[in-house]
Design a protein around this ligand. Structure first.
Ligand code: HSE
Length: 436
């Protein structure tokens, strides 16, 4: 059979990696897919830029329409990122009857519902394994491997840059900005690195994971999103003294009252496997009723690992080219007319444990006042550390771990603690999960 012709939109880190993997493993890939897969066209920003891949034999263009409108191309691979031009081009490709593979989490998280509806109508596939956790086949694992389960919750380290920064801060006491710069040089960070450090990238990925885990529409705007930019070396080190690591987690939980969708720094017990996922690596822990907990670990960014997922999607699409569109694996794991409208819970209703840090005047009765406020809100203290004041003006440092409580009560308690004359600093709060 003739090879399947592919058009690439984007020839940067992931595009270059995709060409390299397709070339290097061409025989293995053809044996798996049943046909060869060749890139015939590639959209690039400039035609003479240095690249990580060999582009001989391809038509390079700076005009996207030459890719999405080419009649010979069966699959368009979108790797330009962003959600405006990418959206237009993907919709155009679908309208032209082409299958689409994309690594673009923002695109799927924000426009996926519309894209999948259009694809369904046209009978084409849109595959997006590379959009979440780079090379880890987490979409396939949840959508297909766990299809017999009711998924209860999942928690993932799904932003490599953030994990790399937290790991370097903990291990080497390095400065936040300095580590971020290194992540950018290594090609891990987003074009706009605030997406990494403010949790937006993780929120895009969590939106996708939650949709396929619970069979709900993509709802990016309902994710509670907090990044790591407020995390200091001080908190990383106190957490460690108490037997915890601070990780930036995306958490989706199906409860009796609705679905929790949240991305924030989280203390987790250091003995958990996921607490030991370091550097740019990603991991997703899925808790499902039949299988119990399963953990997926691997490289979450970088040229070849992300290309691994892109090429796996290409193989899937090629294998399914001859199958009946109605009987393919549904885009969001559940049949489109069977998606559920579970409410997404506001953060105030979410229940977690907390790490609290504050500076307090070093005089009798201060701790009693703080614990009374916590007690009044039904908050039980699990562990406590107090460090004597380095200077009187700074006050003593008090660190507390609390048992689980609804966020609304903790908000009230923090507000009241903050008003005490004896409290000399902002009360720092980091949520805590046992993941058991
Ligand atoms: N900026 C992302 C990360 C790249 O650091 O994980 C992969 O999505």
């Amino acid at each position: 059979m003739n090879p399947v012709k592919v058009g690439l939109l984007g020839l940067g880190t992931v595009g270059g990696g995709t060409v390299n993997v397709l070339t290097r493993n061409a025989q293995e890939i053809a044996r798996r897919a049943g046909r060869g897969i060749i890139v015939t066209h590639a959209l690039a920003r400039g035609l003479n830029k240095p690249r990580i891949c060999d582009t001989r034999g391809m038509i390079l263009t700076t005009r996207p329409e030459e890719v999405v409108n080419d009649v010979e191309i069966a699959i368009v691979v979108e790797l330009i990122g962003g959600d405006s031009l990418a959206f237009e081009l993907v919709m155009q490709a679908i309208a032209n009857g082409k299958h689409v593979v994309t690594a673009n989490k923002a695109l799927i998280a924000k426009h996926g519902n519309e894209i999948f509806a259009a694809a369904q109508k046209q009978g084409v596939m849109v595959a997006f394994e590379a959009a979440v956790a780079g090379g880890i086949p987490i979409i396939k694992a949840i959508r297909e491997g766990l299809a017999g389960n009711k998924i209860e919750w999942l928690a993932g380290i799904i932003n490599g840059t953030g994990n790399f920064i937290l790991t370097e801060m903990r291990d080497k006491g390095r400065d936040f900005a300095d580590v971020l710069k290194e992540a950018q040089q290594l090609g891990y960070a987003e074009a706009d690195p605030t997406f990494d450090v403010e949790g937006i990238d993780a929120a895009h990925k969590l939106t996708i994971l939650a949709a396929i885990a619970f069979g709900i529409p993509l709802q990016f705007d309902k994710v509670y999103t907090e990044g790591i930019s407020g995390i200091t070396g001080t908190d990383v080190s106190y957490a460690e003294q108490l037997g915890y690591r601070i990780k930036h987690l995306g958490i989706a939980r199906h409860t009796d009252t609705g679905v929790e969708l949240r991305v924030h720094p989280t203390l987790i017990p250091e003995r958990r496997l996921i607490a030991n996922v370091d550097g740019v690596m990603n991991a997703v822990l899925v808790h499902a009723d039949a299988v119990g907990p399963t953990l997926y670990y691997g490289a979450g960014a970088g040229a070849d690992p992300t290309a691994s997922a892109v090429v796996a999607d290409l193989v899937d699409v090629v294998r399914a080219l001859t199958s009946d569109p109605e009987n393919r694996v549904p885009h969001l794991a559940f049949q489109p007319d069977a998606l559920a409208n579970f409410p997404i819970l506001p953060m105030e209703q979410v229940e977690t444990g907390y790490y609290l840090r504050m500076h307090a005047a070093d005089r009798p009765g201060v701790l009693a006042e703080v614990t009374r406020i916590l007690g009044d809100q039904g908050i039980s203290i699990e562990a406590m550390l107090q460090k004597e004041p380095p200077t009187e003006a700074m006050g003593a440092t008090i660190i507390m771990l609390t048992q689980r409580v609804v966020e609304k009560n903790m908000n009230r308690a923090i507000e009241q603690i903050q008003q005490l004359d004896a409290i000399l600093s902002e009360v720092i709060r980091i949520r805590m999960e046992y993941l058991d």
